[in-house]
Design a protein around this ligand. Structure first.
Ligand code: COI
Length: 356
């Protein structure tokens, strides 16, 4: 059993102020947060307490040099209303992989699972019941040394916040394949879920929005040819009935939804290829009429259909009635999360049932 969590509850929950039929993404926080501190080479001071502002020194290393990593997870309600987590252990594996790349300390797996189970069980009244909505869980680890100078911090904080959310993309999205800017190069930090990757995407995404597109689709840094991912999700194409998605190779976030969808589609009998995808191949398939659908996967996005993709002068439009692979993927993952689809993989676990 990991070190016990010290729990302090709010006197009155704010959940009554939530309009469950109208939840924006990312704006509403639940009553409590989890906090842990790393000092003298170990994690401790595990606590759940009312959500509050932090008091941070202006010399905080995370702000200056970017040692900040995070995760995104979701909790949903099962058929009897039980709070459910989806593959929580995958998120601590990935958080710790990000930590290793950013020279940050690993967080103990048992303490993480204990924290997630405990806070989600405490906040279960905030879990929206409708399909496509969820309780979004945001673990965040950042450096806290007070110093100026480029070096790894010796102190860190880990927080876990919870937010009831509606769909990240309520409608199909349009993408612009960027031919100038890049997200990640081989040897860089593209595979880490670190704040700077998202900061770097903001300016190109702003330009894409000015051109009328919702998001950027990144191409590789060297040749501007091979598809990587979208700013907010991994990307899939269906060509001639075959599902193709970029191989991760160190530059692409190893999406847990991506991994889940690959497995579900393979089990359904789809041929799924993880490989380098040349953007010219996408354009050719579109022109030949064999590119039937494009969709993104992510914790926040779940499955987001793409209705338009632009590369140089070619604008590709996708008929949403043909999006059968993504429809299967979406209904299956949502069904697993609300227990209307049988969970044969033990991916779904009830919050509050963790024992180390
Ligand atoms: C997630 O999918 O959980 C992310 O962290 C991506 C972000 C766009 C919300």
């Amino acid at each position: 059993m990991s070190q016990a969590i010290k729990i302090t509850k709010v006197a009155h929950s704010n959940v009554d102020s939530l309009d469950f039929d109208n939840i924006p993404f990312g704006k509403i926080f639940t009553d409590h947060m989890y906090e842990a501190h790393y000092e003298d080479g170990k994690w401790g001071s595990f606590a759940i307490k009312p959500l509050e502002n932090l008091s941070v020194h202006p010399g905080n290393l995370a702000w200056h040099y970017g040692q900040s990593i995070f995760e995104g997870m979701k909790a949903t309600k099962g058929k009897d209303g039980a709070p459910l987590l989806f593959r929580p252990e995958e998120h601590i594996y990935r958080l710790n992989a990000s930590a290793a790349r950013m020279c940050m300390p690993e967080f103990p797996e048992a303490a993480f699972l204990d924290a997630i189970h405990t806070i989600v069980k405490m906040e279960e009244a905030w879990i929206p019941p409708s399909e496509g909505s969820a309780l979004y869980i945001r673990p965040l680890m950042f450096a806290t040394d007070e110093a100026i100078g480029v070096r790894p911090s010796e102190k860190y904080t880990l927080l876990i916040m919870c937010l009831p959310v509606g769909p990240y993309y309520p409608k199909p999205v349009s993408l612009l394949a960027d031919t100038k800017y890049i997200r990640a190069a081989m040897g860089g930090v593209g595979e880490a879920k670190t704040a700077g990757n998202y900061a770097a995407s903001l300016y190109p995404a702003k330009l894409a929005k000015e051109e009328g597109y919702d998001q950027i689709m990144w191409l590789d840094a060297k040749e501007h040819k091979y598809v990587q991912e979208v700013g907010t999700m991994n990307i899939f194409f269906v060509i001639d009935g075959k599902v193709v998605t970029p191989i991760t190779e160190g530059t692409i976030l190893k999406g847990i939804t991506r991994k889940t969808i690959i497995q579900l589609l393979e089990e359904k009998g789809y041929d799924v290829e993880q490989r380098r995808i040349n953007i010219d191949e996408i354009v050719e398939a579109y022109k030949a009429g064999t590119l039937s659908e494009v969709f993104g996967t992510g914790t926040a996005a779940v499955i987001a259909n793409v209705n338009k993709l632009k590369y140089k002068d070619t604008v590709m439009d996708f008929d949403q009635d043909k999006a059968t692979v993504s429809a299967y993927a979406k209904s299956t993952i949502n069904g697993l999360r609300n227990q209307t689809v049988e969970d044969t993989h033990n991916w779904v676990v009830e919050a509050g049932t963790y024992t180390a």
